[in-house]
Write a protein that binds this ligand. Structure first.
Ligand SMILES: Nc1nc(=O)c2c([nH]1)NC[C@@H]1CN(c3ccc(C(=O)N[C@@H](CCC(=O)O)C(=O)O)cc3)C=[N+]21
Length: 298
């Protein structure tokens, strides 16, 4: 029997995109041009192509301009850096996203370091990482920011809650921990070397699973009533021969019998990631044009 409330990330993302759309219309009226997001994709990875197409469609639907740059997989690193430099200099481009992962012959850190931090709507540049760590305004990575929005919507204040983040990546785990610290949670970051992970998770009021291991977190690890945020997007063989399905890092069946609230996969964190990207882009547009914006409306 399932007892947990399902956290509807898809619906929350839709309402966030509506708010972004209103702010974007206001920006267009004030600036005399639309806000613009540039997405750079290197290579032909089918999943990445789907994400980039969805980002482009949703950007246009919010009343912003979308610029797509698709480069072949064998593009020289210097040529990618030149594209980024051109986007840095382009006044029509407010936000730049270089889709990761990049092909193996490229140095991701070097590419990210080339993006103007004030157009870095992914929040991956070390300047934005440092701003987040020290509490300065900057750009926060989309996936963890989306997770915190869902948590605050569900729980109100997070102050004093025990949060366990499983995963220590630069893209999710580490910025997630920073955001939860800023919300006055007591934060534990667990990872592949953590001893007795179920015992660590048992103390958590909030569990954020971002490890990339299908259905790893089981219901009997959870404190009853815990809020579970599943960041995993794992494509696994489906019930039907030859078909695949998406599952998270949490075993939804057992976890939803113990948790108080839980995000599903798909329809949870994933849609929030793109909606927050659009949010960050309209924020970047205002900041870079010197226009005031009450970010609380987003
Ligand atoms: N520079 C950069 N920034 C990113 O933000 C970035 C990236 N690179 N590389 C790839 C990952 C992945 N990512 C997702 C976005 C939306 C869904 C999403 O909407 N998922 C749907 C399901 C989609 C499906 O059916 O495949 C859902 O969970 O409901 C998933 C994954 C952003 N990424």
């Amino acid at each position: 029997m399932s007892t947990a409330t399902i956290i509807d990330g898809k619906a929350f993302a839709e309402s966030l995109r509506t708010r972004v759309g209103h702010v974007a219309a206001d920006f267009t009226a004030k600036a005399g041009r639309k806000a613009g997001l540039a997405v750079v994709l290197v290579g032909e990875d089918p999943a990445s192509q789907v994400y980039v197409r969805n980002k482009g469609k949703q950007t246009l639907a919010c009343g912003m301009e979308s610029f797509e740059h698709k480069l072949p997989a064998d593009t020289a690193e210097a040529d990618l850096l030149a594209v980024v430099a051109q986007l840095n200099a382009d006044p029509a481009v407010d936000g730049i996203l270089v889709q990761l992962p990049l092909p193996a012959h490229m140095d991701e850190a070097k590419v990210i370091a080339t993006i103007n931090p004030d157009k870095d709507v992914d929040g991956f540049h070390v300047v934005n990482v440092g701003r987040l760590a020290t509490g300065l305004p900057g750009f926060v990575p989309c996936t963890p920011l989306g997770c915190v929005m869902l948590l605050k919507d569900k729980l109100g204040s997070l102050s004093g809650l025990n949060a366990v983040v499983i995963g220590r990546s630069n893209i999710v785990g580490k910025p997630m921990a920073q955001l939860l610290i800023a919300e006055s949670c007591t934060v534990t970051v667990a990872h592949s070397r953590t001893k007795d992970l179920p015992e660590v998770v048992r103390h958590a009021d909030i569990v954020v699973a971002a490890v990339g291991r299908p259905e790893m977190v089981k219901g009997d690890w959870l404190k009853p009533g815990a809020t579970v945020i599943d960041v995993g997007i794992n494509r696994v063989p489906g019930v039907e021969e030859g078909k695949t399905k998406l599952v998270g890092d949490v075993d939804f069946g057992s976890a939803s019998e113990v948790a108080g609230a839980i995000t599903p996969v798909p329809g949870g964190v994933g849609p929030m990631t793109i909606a927050v990207l659009l949010r960050n882009t309209i924020v970047a547009a205002h900041r870079n044009m010197g226009l005031a914006l009450d970010e609380g409306v987003l």
